[in-house]
Design a protein around this ligand. Structure first.
Ligand SMILES: [Zn+2]
Length: 197
């Protein structure tokens, strides 16, 4: 179904993961809600698999979201202690975001993934992701620096979760549409700063 894969730089795997039968027929948003809920309940493997299906579903039409969902899927696989599966998703997510020119997102999410791998003592994988980051950023990881991990203090506070899809919002991973409005990286809905949470 997703035969046209335009991003081949880093090599793609395309496992074509299928949804478990009881989730077939759910809409994209319902699936996203489901994945975010499983993630919150620490059902990381279930969450990772749904995120991965969603990243493949959105690859053609919504590339940035697809890239982010691949990375989120990778993070959930890491938490589920399925590092092998995680690495495929991370590689793919970085490749998609690099093609889309989302260097900021690559740095923020990528560095967090490296930290998460190091925290779990997965040194080889952490080094591999660091290498992929360097490739994704055209060898200029130094130029982009790591200081950008800090949250811009001039931005308003975001709610902890997206009200629409329930995704956990990490302030320095969102894209700002204007001074007060960020975009949910999972579902794309606008999120006003300074509201609830
Ligand atoms: Zn959302």
């Amino acid at each position: 179904m997703w035969r046209h894969r335009p991003f081949l730089d880093l090599g793609l795997f395309g496992r074509g993961r299928r949804l478990p039968r009881h989730l077939a027929g759910l809409s994209e948003l319902e699936l996203l809600n489901r994945a975010n809920r499983e993630q919150e309940l620490s059902n990381f493997l279930e969450a990772a698999q749904i995120y991965e299906v969603l990243s493949e579903k959105t690859l053609e039409q919504k590339q940035i979201r697809s890239g982010y969902l691949f990375l989120q899927s990778g993070r959930s696989y890491i938490q589920a202690d399925q590092t092998g599966l995680a690495m495929d998703c991370i590689k793919q997510g970085l490749s998609i975001l690099a093609k889309a020119g989302r260097m900021h997102m690559i740095i923020q999410v990528g560095n967090r993934i490296v930290s998460e791998l190091n925290y779990r003592d997965r040194r080889n994988e952490a080094q591999l992701v660091t290498n992929w980051l360097d490739v994704s950023l055209n060898g200029s990881i130094q130029a982009f620096g790591r200081s950008s991990i800090e949250v811009d203090p001039t931005r308003p506070r975001l709610p902890l979760k997206c009200l629409l899809c329930g995704g956990t919002l990490i302030p320095n991973e969102v894209e700002w549409l204007d001074q007060n409005t960020a975009e949910c990286p999972y579902c794309g809905s606008p999120i006003r700063g300074g509201e609830g949470g």
